[in-house]
Write a protein that binds this ligand. Structure first.
Ligand code: GTP
Ligand code: MG
Length: 333
């Protein structure tokens, strides 16, 4: 799903657009009747250009009851669903106010007897429109920033089976996903290299599977999690058909084996999804006593064991009944 939202112009730019269009309407007539219709056309054209632009934005942004739960969470984390709603409400209010101000001006101009008076009403109306626009200046700026964030959101296909890779930071999630799929995430030897959900596609025979790289997680309650961790949580909660959990038995990632097992346990308990456990960095040797029942031993670095991971993913997905997968549109909480 992709959000296609036009650039949100600044209040002054929208005003310019409206007034410029209106300024093109002119009669050189000295007759009062024609002057009157020119004034009416000007205020109407300026007002409707501006209010139409505002309404275009209101329509282009996703509304909270129309987005799938995953995007709802992501928007809420990155942009703030409440703030977005509030700012869109403000634009809607401004569009209505501008229309009302224009209607009033048209009535007043129709009642006028003098050209000078008509011109004064037009000027006053432009002033009123400008002051309405200045009241939504901050909302427009905010929405433009929100638009940039929405544009960068991962383009998830809601009806494809989705594998979500999870684990502590630095355990090698991105290294593995890079080898398994078309995704090209960044890999680096520091925690939280991955700052957002990354999407790649795996192809098995002719069927496509979506595979998501997520930021690293710590063993802690949601209220203590940082923003990037919460994005991983949103993917696990709303998208994961299957979880591939990566453990680093070498502890080179910087987190203890016990903490990693604790995180695995808590993820399994909270999200209750079929989970495939992978022990990474096999090329460095596995320290004595570190094992996990059913886990596949792999090396993202050398590629060792990754074919088995592919096979296991394929097998696990085939075994998952469709109704057990999350329903991204219906939500679940
Ligand atoms: N020796 C060895 N190093 C690995 C292996 N897999 C990953 N690494 C290294 O571990 C570090 C972290 O790898 P990433 O793939 O960025 O880890 P990540 O889990 O995606 O980390 P975050 O995005 O921060 O959560 C990098 O320096 C990798 O080169 C492996 O199988 N063997
Ligand atoms: Mg990563």
């Amino acid at each position: 799903m992709k959000f296609k939202i036009p650039t949100v112009l600044k209040a002054s730019e929208i005003l310019d657009k409206g007034f410029r269009r209106a300024s093109k309407i002119s009669t050189d007539s000295r007759y009062r009747r024609e002057r009157r219709s020119e004034n009416i056309s000007k205020v109407t054209s300026a007002g409707s250009t501006i209010s139409a632009k505002l309404r275009q934005y209101v329509k282009a942004f996703p509304s909270s009851d129309q987005v799938p739960p995953f995007y709802f969470d992501l928007i809420d984390l990155q942009v703030g669903m409440g703030e977005m709603k509030h700012s869109l409400g403000a634009l809607d209010w401004a569009a209505k106010r501008i229309d009302a101000v224009v209607n009033e001006a048209v009535k007043d101009i129709k009642r006028c007897h003098e050209s000078g008076e008509m011109a004064a009403i037009q000027k006053r109306t432009y002033g009123r429109i400008s002051s309405i626009m200045s009241r939504v200046e901050k909302d427009l700026d905010y929405l433009n920033r929100a638009r940039d964030l929405l544009k960068k959101m991962p383009d998830i296909e809601m009806d494809l089976p989705t594998v979500v890779i999870a684990g502590h930071p630095n355990v090698g999630k991105s290294t593995i996903i890079k080898k398994l799929s078309t995704a090209k995430p960044e890999v680096a030897s520091y925690p939280f290299t991955t700052q957002e959900i990354f999407m790649g596609v795996m192809e098995f025979d002719r069927s496509r599977i979506q595979i998501l790289d997520t930021p690293g997680l710590f063993l802690r309650p949601d209220e203590d999690r940082n923003l990037v961790e919460l994005e991983a949580v949103a993917a696990l909660r709303h998208l994961a058909t299957l979880v591939v959990f990566v453990l680093d038995p070498t502890e080179y990632c910087g987190y203890s084996w016990e903490d990693q097992l604790g995180l695995l346990k808590s993820i399994t308990e909270i999200f209750d999804r079929p989970t495939l456990v992978v022990m990474n960095k096999a090329d460095m040797g596995v320290p004595e006593g570190r094992s996990f029942e059913g886990a596949l031993l792999v090396s993202g670095e050398t590629g060792e064991g990754l074919e088995e991971v592919e096979e296991a993913i394929k097998k696990a997905l085939a075994e998952i009944p469709t109704e057990a997968a999350p329903e991204p549109w219906a939500g679940e909480d």
